[in-house]
Design a protein around this ligand. Sequence first.
Ligand code: FES
Length: 274
Amino acid sequence: MAEADDNQSHPSTLAHGLSNAHYIDPDVHARENEAVLFTSWSSIRFAKDIPNPGDASPVEFLGRPLLLVRGKDDDLHVFENVCRHRGMVLVDKPTTFKGVIRCPYHSWCYGFNAALKTTPHVGGPGIHDHPDMDKENLGLVPVRSQVWMGIIFVNISGDGQAFSDYIAPVEARWSDFMGKPIFHAGEDSSFHLEVNCNWKLAIENYCESYHLPWVHPALNQYSKLEDHYKIIEEAGQFSGQGTRVYAPSLDETGHRFIKFEGLPDKWDTAGEYI
Ligand code: FES
């Protein structure tokens, strides 16, 4: 009751975290996937990890097996990683295919553009077609996707807002960087973190610098807690944090990252994380 009274007298100064169920309840998690994560856009990998035509790599996203494929046209495709015959997972580790994607179960083969190409012995020994099969409609199932700044995004439901609308607020905030070339320097230009918690807990941590003095004391020596600011955009857009003192250290050979040409001076020492 006291809390309710407080809410009424100070409605704008009270903040409440989400209830425990939002972090531990599998039912809430499942509903959240459907209502939030599948209907919006999510980044799942870097395009540099699938560099050459024929390269294919599996990703499991919230229990959905997805397949990333670099086509002959150099475009990046995302499909359901599921054979249209009996549902076999097509690719279980990064692979380079020569001409087609071959299912390991009964060897149905798909083109890099999803089309079902061959179905060996499907009509009986030595007969590779069947009149009742509609091959045209048995290609791999595409997943709505978009590559932006070298990052692969997917919209699982397929009916979320247009990607250009989704990303527009970010492009507006970071307009200084739009059109700049992005380079990735091979395997060690990214790293993989396995985070044993609900996704919101990881993101909430990422959005605050409060923990810096105790968890990242080395970082806090040159980019201190007080040098950081919060980035809070309208609901449904994005949030994060920034620092006014960002000075990536030299590597062991004395190199720093190359700077983009023509950026405003503020970016000499600023960094933002959304
Ligand atoms: S399950 Fe893929 S060919 Fe049979």
